[in-house]
Design a protein around this ligand. Sequence first.
Ligand code: PGA
Length: 226
Amino acid sequence: MKYIIGNWKAHKTIQEATDWITTFKSLLETDTQTLDKLKNNNVTVILCPPFHLLSLFQQLTQSIPNFSLGVQTVSSHGEGAFTGEVTAHSLQGLAEYAIVGHSERRKYFTESSTDIQSKIEQCTINGIKPILCIRGNTDAIFPEAKFVAYEPQESIGTGNNAPVDQVLALKTQLSLLPDMKFIYGGSVNEQNMNDYVLHGEIDGVLPGSASLVANEFFSMIQKIII
Ligand code: PGA
């Protein structure tokens, strides 16, 4: 099983998202091989749109096999008087996964390791699987994380994806639990994706900008070698 986790970041209106899913579904309808890949659990797609699109996407993606929804962050708090926060509790039944600790959250929203730990705890309490992003071997790995995504900062949004050797070398420096999935993210696209997934050591990829275009994201699923 390989994973493709799309991170939309702060992009797309309802109309733009509807157009994306319409294109994605029409591509899938005409490609039985890719449909079988999803049906046979060879590939799991996890799309992480912004919060405002979750409910719509829940309805629009129901018919797609092995296609799950995730969020890009969650509150470190439980339910309560926390204006503006979106809690893991409120996401039950809406999101199956949550990206936690993305370097943009650490950088622009000053999320600390303690915040990240609390977010992972909130996810775990509420049955949401955490996808923990780390920038390197000095970021803490919490045992409840189901996925650990290595995303070197210099590779995010730059077109400079990290060489596979660097990703594999970093993995050897981490203390991963046996059931944790190891993912690479940072300028992944349809051309370089298989460099990573061809290795039994890497369970999948986390594309950002390449997931914004339905044709490109679909083509990644189509081309993924399993
Ligand atoms: P990118 O983003 O693919 O646009 O580099 C990846 C990420 O930030 O998760």
